[in-house]
Design a binder for this molecule. Structure first.
Ligand code: IPE
Ligand code: IPE
Ligand code: MG
Length: 247
């Protein structure tokens, strides 16, 4: 057989030969609009392409054994966009959830939503309830979909919920406060990826990302794929996480 130094690439099923993948990956799915504009297409087409990428990436995460995948789909600031763009993003989400409901059993994907979903359409809220209810039966990767999500909004609401809770612990520790966040019970992200070339958090997971490893790439979200995720995971494995300790 001809020697192929890269032959192992074809065989492997996981993102890394010897290291387990990060337990929790968070992604700011950015760059849909520019992706579409470069092709002379409306921004909406970019959002639809972004939804496809999300499907592929979520499946890949499940296959390589990632436990939690948190994605930023719509921020509290995204309401500033033109009404037709906002409504098309929410329609794409609606379509995605309706399809996800029919494939969840096969994929065993669990879903949770972070963000104030009470302002969304009643149809979308119903789909969210259905996906969350179905999810309780499954044990695969947990997808946390951030919709109408803002990190500051999350922290403010947690503070208010703590103040209003008659059973709240008097000693407010880091762990006690975390239980009032939308992400309650979910471990902090290990790897936070932002495609689309911007190097900012844009109000994503402000509390939870305290010790996340960041990975930025110019690749626009609709062009992001399994290989890009492998690259991000490889970069993550090359980091040394010290959490403030000495080397
Ligand atoms: C991310 O892509 C999707 C949402 C914010 C909903 P953008 O729409 O921000 O794409 P760019 O950054 O304009 O290219
Ligand atoms: C962040 O992207 C929000 C989502 C991807 C959902 P934006 O495109 O809204 O971020 P900014 O405006 O460039 O900071
Ligand atoms: Mg953007």
């Amino acid at each position: 057989m001809k020697f192929n130094p890269f032959g192992w690439r074809k065989r492997r099923k996981t993102a890394s030969v010897d290291a387990p993948p990060p337990r929790h990956i968070a992604i700011i799915m950015d760059g849909n609009g520019r992706w579409a504009r470069r092709r002379g297409m409306p921004r909406t087409t970019g959002h639809a392409a972004g939804a496809e990428t999300f499907r592929r990436v979520a499946t890949y995460c499940k296959n390589i054994g990632v436990e939690y995948l948190t994605v930023y789909a719509f921020s509290t600031e995204n309401w500033k966009r033109p009404a037709d763009e906002v409504s098309s993003i929410l329609q794409i989400l609606e379509k995605y959830l309706a399809e996800a409901i029919s494939t969840m059993e096969r994929d065993r994907v669990k879903m949770r939503f972070f963000g104030d979903t009470t302002v969304l359409s009643s149809k979308l809220q119903q789909l969210i309830r259905e996906t969350e209810e179905l999810s309780t039966q499954f044990d695969g990767v947990q997808v946390n979909m951030c919709v109408n999500y803002g990190g500051r909004d999350e922290i403010l609401r947690a503070a208010q919920a703590y103040r209003a809770d008659p059973d709240a612990p008097t000693l407010l520790t880091d762990a006690a406060f975390s239980r009032y966040l939308w992400s309650s019970g979910v471990p902090d992200p290990d790897l936070l990826i932002r495609p689309g070339g911007e190097m900012r958090l844009s109000n994503f997971l402000l509390w939870q990302a305290a010790y996340a490893e960041f990975y930025f790439t110019d690749t626009l979200w609709p062009d992001f794929d399994e290989r890009e995720l492998d690259r991000a995971i490889a970069a993550y494995h090359a980091r040394e996480r010290r959490y403030g300790d000495v080397n």
